[in-house]
Design a protein around this ligand. Structure first.
Ligand code: AP5
Ligand code: MG
Length: 213
């Protein structure tokens, strides 16, 4: 199954992708995670991407497309994958279609997870991630047992650099202007399904699995 997860920042793409990995035994490809790792490792690419990400804008298509193309060639993508946070604009979606056509393996489904703007702000300002194992928490909705400490590995919980209120507003604007049109793009291709992203994580996962069939 070759899946694109669509949804605004904070819609729960990463959260649902983690559950899909287990159920379908296919990898999650999060361009955001790949870029954040490059930033943390201080690679030339990371240095180029950092300022753009901290502003809440999109990293240039050329960089992201190169990353995705390389990742899709890897062995673990043979049986499918979950693209999370990619594509992010029409140019990326068209480039992905071309890439997949040449591989003879087009997308199976684009699944949109829909959440209202007011909920998104709280989810994003409350998000905390374990520096060590990447487990995600939320100070409002799913806090760790001990503040600032991961329940799973006792690692330190950190806040993403772009989860500040001003940057979140920018990310939501960028989503509306550049990414939301992809709902129409995939709708016209006949591979779009949408689920409500409101409710408990497990409730939403039931909807996601039903949509995937
Ligand atoms: P990226 O990492 O993709 O961030 P995003 O799209 O802004 O999405 P998020 O990761 O913030 O949200 P999510 O939907 O994954 O939600 P999550 O599951 O974490 O991109 C970051 C940056 O990288 C971009 O701004 C850009 O600069 C760059 N970039 C990335 N891809 C790019 C591309 N293709 N092109 C160009 N630039 C690119 O959940 C959020 C919170 O809510 C968590 O705390 C979670 O615990 C909580 N939560 C989840 N579900 C629920 C629920 N049901 N109820 C209550 N709380 C919930
Ligand atoms: Mg994410």
């Amino acid at each position: 199954m070759r899946i694109v997860l669509l949804g605004a920042p904070g819609a729960g793409k990463g959260t649902q992708a983690k559950k899909l990995i287990e159920k379908y035994a296919i990898p999650q490809i999060s361009t955001g995670d790949i870029l954040r790792k490059a930033v943390a490792d201080g690679t030339p690419l990371g240095k180029e991407a950092k300022a753009v990400m901290d502003r809440g804008e999109l990293v240039p298509d050329k960089i992201v497309l190169g990353l995705v193309e390389e990742r899709l060639q890897q062995d673990d993508c043979k049986n499918g994958y979950i693209l999370d946070g990619f594509p992010r604009n029409t140019a990326q979606a068209e480039a992905l279609d071309t890439m997949l056509a040449s591989m003879g393996a087009p997308l199976t489904i684009a699944l949109s997870v829909d959440v209202d703007k007011d909920d998104l702000m709280k989810r994003l300002t409350g998000r905390r991630t374990c520096r060590n194992c990447q487990q995600m928490y939320n100070v409002y909705f799913s806090p760790s047992g001990k503040e600032g400490v991961c329940d799973k590995c006792s690692g330190e919980l950190i806040q993403r650099n772009d989860d500040k209120e001003e940057t979140i507003k920018k990310r939501l604007d960028v989503y509306e202007a550049q990414t939301a049109p992809l709902i129409d793009y995939y709708g016209k291709k006949g591979i779009l399904k949408s689920v409500s992203g409101v409710g408990s994580i497990d409730e939403i996962f039931v909807r996601v699995c039903a949509a995937l069939g």
